[in-house]
Design a protein around this ligand. Structure first.
Ligand code: TYM
Length: 379
């Protein structure tokens, strides 16, 4: 991390305690205010998703414009993705759960990109066969979240070169080496595939326009670490006659170790994977979840805990307790000291295991339906 900064966010790593207000300024994105959430409520006729109400999805580019287009009869499609480097962890599910809600409420198509090429290029320990098999594995998690079979296309990069390559070439020709170096901080020992890769991630943002032969707006939900890719895409795509993609971005689920950085596969003890057993979840949370509670029960009862630095509370807020009233009670009881740290952990363990039990069953069933989602079935 550069010495003068207290946090750093790139598509490959997040360090320090992220100040999301500062990050918005740095990346040049707009806050999601009440007027935008009301607009979404008006158009969809539904209460905004809890991730919107709570500011988990907190910033955007051109969302107002996109909603205006939709309201005037020009719908959009959704695009999001995953770099398959391991099993999915629950952090990845944050943008996907929200994307699923958007698909259901706006009745729109989703292109889901699985970038086995990216993870091969950026990780010395993974070969292409491995990242491809992980792409197929991660696809099961997408299907398990309930995305519509008819309206969801899962595009695995290395299987779809004929779609991606000609378009990535046109995009790549408009991006200079100095832009990718400034955006991603590559050093001279970076392989040359790394510099080209961002053009591949830009293609699905215009793929429906290419297929339909006319421009159609695109909305990309993602954790804010992916934003450097889409800043470049928004700069280049209009030069090729396309619309700038709109985006909606979330904060990160923190690792178990504390509210700094983001949950990541590279720290497996501090992440919960969708394949973890009940026992593993219990052990990891009990052992590693950073607590905002006091050191003794007596002190905790007297002075109360701090939910803002308590990972168990934060996971409930970001993902596992959709009910605002229940969350408020947990918060108040923790602050007052009547809810102990161990009890808070027990609530989280119960929620996570309940979610994973169902998810793992759905994952098994998804194996038979995988082929229906792949790009080859949607062409
Ligand atoms: P990847 O696999 O690193 O992450 C997939 C998605 O999960 C988000 N994410 C998180 N969100 C909340 N809390 C966390 N701890 C957390 N960790 C990861 C990421 O922001 C991302 O939205 N290059 C991409 C793959 C990709 C993509 C896309 C992502 C291709 N096209 C379009 C988003 C949109 C990647 O490696 O994501």
């Amino acid at each position: 991390m550069p010495e003068d900064e207290e946090f750093n966010v790139t598509p490959w790593s997040v360090t320090g305690k992220v100040d999301y207000t500062k990050l918005m300024e740095k990346f040049g994105t707009q806050p999601i205010d009440l007027s935008l959430t009301s607009r979404i409520q008006e158009i969809t006729g539904s209460e905004p998703h809890f991730m919107l109400r709570r500011g988990i999805f907190f910033t955007h580019r051109d969302l107002g414009w996109l909603l205006d287009q939709y309201a005037s009869g020009n719908p959009f499609y959704l695009y999001t993705g995953r770099g398959p480097s391991d099993h999915t962890h629950i952090g990845h599910l944050v943008p996907w759960i929200f994307t699923r809600w958007l698909q259901e409420k706006f009745h729109v198509k989703l292109i889901f990109q699985l970038t086995d090429d990216e993870k091969f290029l950026f990780n010395d320990n993974l070969d292409l066969e491995k990242t491809h098999s992980l792409a197929l594995d991660n696809a099961l998690d997408i299907i398990s979240l309930g995305f519509s079979e008819k309206d969801t296309e899962i595009l695995i990069d290395s299987d779809n070169a004929s779609i991606l390559y000609p378009n990535a070439l046109k995009i790549a020709k408009k991006i200079t080496l100095s832009t990718v170096r400034a955006s991603f901080g590559f050093e001279m020992d970076a392989n040359i595939g790394m510099a080209f890769y961002t053009s591949i991630q830009a293609v699905p943002a215009v793929l429906e326009s290419i297929r339909l032969g006319h421009n159609i707006p695109c909305l990309i939900p993602y954790g804010i670490d992916q934003d450097p890719h889409f800043r470049i895409a928004r700069d280049v795509l209009p030069k090729l006659g396309y619309l700038k993609p709109a985006s909606i971005m979330s904060i990160f689920i923190p690792p178990l170790s504390g509210v700094e950085g983001k949950m990541s596969s590279s720290d497996p003890n501090y992440a919960i994977f969708v394949t973890d057993s009940e026992n593993t979840v219990r052990k990891k949370i009990n052992k590693y979840a950073f607590s905002g509670g006091k050191t003794s029960v007596e002190e905790h009862k007297k002075f109360g805990g701090d939910p803002d630095i308590d990972v168990s509370y934060q996971w409930l807020r970001i993902m596992f307790e959709p009910d605002d009233t229940k969350l408020k009670k947990i918060r108040e009881d923790y602050i007052s000291g009547s809810l102990l740290s161990g009890e808070l952990k027990a609530i989280l363990i119960e929620r996570v295991n309940k979610f994973l039990k169902r998810h793992q069953e759905l994952r098994e069933k998804a194996k038979d339906r995988l082929h229906l989602y792949l790009t080859s079935s949607h062409k």
